[in-house]
Each structure stands twice: as structure tokens, then as C-alpha cells.
Design a protein around this ligand. Structure first.
Ligand code: AVJ
Length: 319
């Protein structure tokens, strides 16, 4: 049977993940159109502090980052038109103008659509900047970055580093270090370990937006796998602190026995009542531990900034 909605990449991930114990699905599938809107909503929730904290840190230190690095290029891993990106671009544009120099913004993303959108919006808002999008998976080996006359600053913001498990993070830092040259910089936003109650609340908000965001994965599966017998209402959102791996984990727990037919895989998928699927990890960091990891990868930390409450941090490493 043919289908207009089946997604082969999702089918491959589902085939690999759904029969594991426990079942897992790559986090990226949370971010379809609805999921991306829900995540945007999450960033405004009273319980979800990371975005506000990171924005405050960048607002306070963007000028500092521009003058310390004296960078002529910012490479953003993930293409952004967010407030955070703009705070940095504002500072770099001003710094470049002062020095009578050019500045180039390089968004790196796997989505050509996202890159084109970013480039169009930012080109309109920042006519003085050169925008040079790179279509690439920045976690893959062999990342090639455009050359620049001056230092380059790679930026990975939002605390998304928390989505990587330990080996993936290690590999990411090493590959990035390899893609950069001595004298280049790396700006990293990371959420810190803190009171468990606050952490869990940030991923299990009162309004239920994070629950909708997580449960939307079931709808993504239903559509992308041409599934029958798969219903969002059959799953509960679970956000749990894993103290050993110091991370929040998001799970989907079956409220009743699940018997689904996954058309795209041509097979049945069963889940007993109470069984859980892992959909996201969000690792939290101790500053010293993260600094040691960066240093081991050849990206020693030159500066660390935090918010007054010490909730979130932004580090600047120099390759
Ligand atoms: C976009 C990965 C930074 O881990 O805090 C928010 C995603 N998931 N609420 C995070 C997320 C649930 C977010 N990152």
C-alpha cells in the first residue's frame, strides 16, 4: 500500500527504537510543526526558566563576547532567528561597524527550509551582515566551516547540549574542536544541576504544555508510520529526574495495553499497560565537570557567565 504521509527516516528510527527495552525514539521527532510551536510556548512558561536565564546572560554579556573574541564570523549550530541570536548579532554588528570591518553570520542546519527562512529574515533585519548558510548535520564527522579573516565564534545555545548523552557529547566536542582552528571560539549555553523540584516542574508544567509537546510524539508516529490503534490519549507524560545521570528524562507511559499496526513497517507493535517510551533526555551540568570535558576536547573555557540565581551558564571556550 502507498501512503502520502509515511516518513522513511522515522520508520527506520521506529524500527530500531520501538523494540528496544525500554523503547526509545530520537528526540528530534518531537519537533514537527506542532511540536516546534509547543516548544516555543514552553519557553514562555513560568516554570521553564532556561530560555529566560540564557537570554538575560547574553543581554548582559553580548558586547563583552564581541570585544573579547573580536570575531569576524559567528557560526550558529542550529539556525536561529531567536532573541538570543539577535542579541549576539546586534553586538557583533556594532563591534564590526566600530572597527570598519565585515561580519558574517553562518547558520548551520539540516533543514534547507529552516536555513532559507533564517537567511531571509536576518538579511532583511541585518543589511550590514553577510549571511552564509551551511546545510549540514553539525553532529556528523567532517563538518566544514567557511573561512574568515578573523577569529570565528561557534555558538551552540539553548541548553540543547543536554539532549546528548555522554558519548555523543564527547564526540560532538571533539568534532567541533577539529572543525575549528586555534584562536577560534566556542560559546555554549548549558543548564545547571539544581533543586530537583524546580527541574521536574520545568518539564512538567501546570498548564500541561510540556505534556502536549511530549504526547505529540504519538501523533507524529501515527501519521509518519501510517499507524492504526495508536492514540495520543492512551499515553501519559512523565518527566523524571535521573540522579545518577543528572538528567531530566521525558517518557510516555501507556495508560492501557497498546496494540498498534504500524503500516509503514508492516508489523504490529505492542506495549503493556504501564510500559514507557523514552523520548528525551535533558542533561544538567556541574560547571567544573563541563569545563573539564571541554578542556579534554581541546576547547578550554576562558570565561563563564551565569545569571544571578546561578540557574544557567554560558561558557566561552578558546580553541
Ligand atoms: C530545546 C533541548 C533545550 O531540554 O530544555 C523543553 C527541550 N523539552 N521542555 C530542553 C525541552 C521539554 C529543551 N531543549
Amino acid at each position: 500500500m502507498t501512503s502520502t504521509t509515511a516518513n522513511p527516516a522515522l520508520a527506520a528510527d521506529a524500527a530500531e527504537g520501538l523494540w528496544q527495552t525500554p523503547p526509545v525514539l530520537p528526540t528530534k521527532w518531537l519537533y514537527d510543526e506542532r511540536g516546534s510551536k509547543l516548544f516555543d510556548e514552553i519557553t514562555f512558561l513560568p516554570e521553564y526558566y532556561p530560555t529566560r536565564r540564557e537570554t538575560a546572560i547574553l543581554a548582559a554579556h553580548a558586547a563583552d563576547i564581541a570585544s573579547t573574541t573580536d570575531a569576524t564570523m559567528m557560526v550558529e549550530l542550529g539556525s536561529g532567528t531567536s532573541t538570543k541570536t539577535r542579541l549576539l548579532l546586534d553586538a557583533f554588528a556594532a563591534h564590526a561597524a566600530e572597527r570598519g570591518r565585515e561580519f558574517t553570520y553562518v547558520p548551520v542546519d539540516v533543514s534547507a527550509e529552516m536555513l532559507a527562512g533564517t537567511a531571509e529574515i536576518l538579511a532583511a533585519d541585518y543589511p550590514s551582515l553577510t549571511i552564509e548558510p551551511v546545510l549540514a548535520d553539525f553532529t556528523a564527522p567532517g563538518l566544514q566551516l567557511p573561512q574568515s579573516d578573523g577569529p570565528r565564534l561557534a555558538a551552540f545555545l539553548g541548553g540543547t547540549i543536554g539532549n546528548f548523552d555522554d558519548p555523543a557529547r564527547d564526540e560532538f566536542f571533539s568534532r567541533l574542536s577539529e572543525a575549528l582552528s586555534p584562536g577560534d571560539y566556542f560559546l555554549l549555553g548549558a543548564d545547571r544541576i539544581k533543586d530537583t523540584g524546580r527541574l521536574v516542574a520545568a518539564y512538567d508544567d501546570k498548564a500541561g504544555v510540556t505534556a502536549d509537546f511530549n504526547r505529540n510524539m504519538i501523533e507524529v508516529l501515527r501519521r509518519g508510520l501510517d499507524a492504526s490503534g495508536l492514540f495520543v490519549d492512551d499515553f501519559d507524560h512523565i518527566a523524571r529526574w535521573n540522579p545518577k545521570l543528572h538528567r531530566i528524562e521525558m517518557w510516555l507511559r501507556a495508560r492501557r495495553p497498546i496494540n498498534a499496526h504500524l503500516g509503514a513497517l508492516g508489523r504490529e507493535w505492542q506495549l503493556p499497560e504501564g510500559a514507557e517510551i523514552l523520548t528525551e533526555i535533558s542533561t544538567k551540568f556541574a560547571p567544573e565537570q563541563l569545563a573539564a570535558e571541554l578542556s579534554d576536547a581541546g576547547l578550554p573555557v576562558a570565561e563563564t557567565w551565569s545569571d544571578p540565581a546561578g540557574d544557567f551558564q554560558v561558557t566561552l571556550s578558546r580553541r
